[in-house]
Design a protein around this ligand. Sequence first.
Ligand SMILES: [Zn+2]
Length: 128
Amino acid sequence: MEISELRKRFNDLIELRQKYEKIIVNRDVLLEGIYRQFYKTCGRKECHCNTGGEKHGPYQKIEVIRDGKQKVYIIPKNKVSEVIPLDNNRKRFIEAEKKIKEINDEICEIIKEIKKQKEKRVDKRWLK
Ligand SMILES: [Zn+2]
């Protein structure tokens, strides 16, 4: 890549990274753990859920890892609308974190390339 293209790409990446940095430093609260919907079978043997029919649900839960152990919290119906935005915040944060890492990796590559291109070649002719 030409040095002018490298400069352009470098500046574009810095600008793009700022967009994701804003997500990292905003005041949004993130859900701890993973929000999931699930279906389940009940204890009645003759129920449709145990005879090949539809299972019961959907129910909602949050899976949390604490001290290396998974804990599952069932979300009461009246709390679901409170949990979902926090889960969305968490997803947005994780995505921003991932993007920043990718952008940083590319920036490092570009820095190496720019450095290479900016270096004055040292040789005997020049040093005469
Ligand atoms: Zn059932």
